[in-house]
Ligand binder design. Structure first.
Ligand code: PDD
Length: 280
């Protein structure tokens, strides 16, 4: 059984219990991060730590650890679980308090929870074959730049995509793709330009997105950070998604229409290979 971290204690997973009054449970008042582990090492940790601090600050949540303690906690959970590859999930909620829309009194201790999932992240059939996506309206709240646990709509969107025979959803708002249900959306157009949406409150600032943009620039790829339409995506030469646990995964079909020649694109594959190579 896994060893998890909960509020300063290391526990067997079955002993990890949180109050039913926790605001994460009652109000979705919590943030999270997912960091990938490869060969026992943390991938792009600084980006995840920085985004966690930013999410906390935007919601006036206090992270009860300094930077060194937070990093030490990540290392310790890897060591305690003998992890070689997989992911670390971290969740911080505003803690347990009497139900009230107002935040609880200062001094209410937050709930900090970390667990691991062992998985060979390098073995991924979706990365070899590519995935199909369905376009689904983006009905999430207006602060998607904050990584909150309000994941009901992304979960519904994924189910809607599956019911339409696709692997996942690409969310659309005001005629533009925002992102995937749990990943950043990218296309490569007919001119070989990598198009990815510019950062705003409309989408999560993906840590893997930033890494891929850096690698693409090093490869001499022209990058346009702007919103793109479903029509542009359908006409693209390549499409792919990025996330901490999946790295780069090709998208080969959008709403049943084949992208490019229906197989993972060259730039997509090059970006996946470059990401893995630079992170090992
Ligand atoms: N999801 N957009 C959304 C809505 C996400 O939930 C995620 C990550 C991303 C990609 O961000 P990053 O590259 O930093 O992982 C974009 C995580 C993996 C999850 O919820 O499991």
């Amino acid at each position: 059984s896994r060893t998890i971290y909960l509020d300063g204690q290391w526990l067997p997973e079955a002993e990890a219990k949180v109050s039913a009054f926790d605001r994460g449970f009652l109000m979705g008042d919590a943030i999270y991060e997912v960091t990938c582990v490869l060969d026992g090492a943390l991938l792009d940790y600084p980006g995840h730590a920085a985004r966690l601090r930013r999410s906390a600050a935007e919601l006036q949540l206090t992270l009860p650890l300094d930077d060194d303690e937070l990093l030490a906690l990540h290392h310790e959970i890897v060591a305690r679980n003998n992890m070689s590859s997989g992911m670390i999930y971290l969740q911080l909620s505003r803690g347990a308090a009497e139900r009230d829309f107002a935040f609880p009194p200062e001094g209410t201790p937050p709930t900090l929870f970390l667990f691991t999932q062992e998985k060979d992240v390098l073995v991924n059939p979706a990365a070899d074959k590519g995935i199909s996506v369905a376009l689904v309206p983006d009905l999430r709240w207006g602060r998607r730049d904050i990584k909150t646990v309000q994941l009901l709509y992304p979960s519904m969107a994924k189910m809607e995509a599956k019911s339409r025979g696709a692997d996942d959803a690409w969310l659309v708002e005001d005629g533009f793709v925002t992102e995937g249900s749990a990943a950043t959306a990218h296309i490569v157009n007919a001119d070989g330009v990598l198009v990815t949406r510019d950062l705003s409150a409309a989408l999560l600032p993906g840590v893997t997105r930033a890494a891929i943009l850096e690698l693409a620039a090093e490869h001499g790829v022209t990058i346009e950070e702007r919103a793109f339409t479903p029509d542009e995506a359908r006409a693209a030469r390549e499409a792919f998604i990025t996330s901490a646990t999946n790295f780069v995964v090709p998208v080969v079909k959008i709403d049943g229409e084949t992208i490019g020649n229906g197989i993972p694109g060259d730039l997509t594959r090059a970006m996946r290979a470059a990401y893995i190579e630079t992170r090992r």
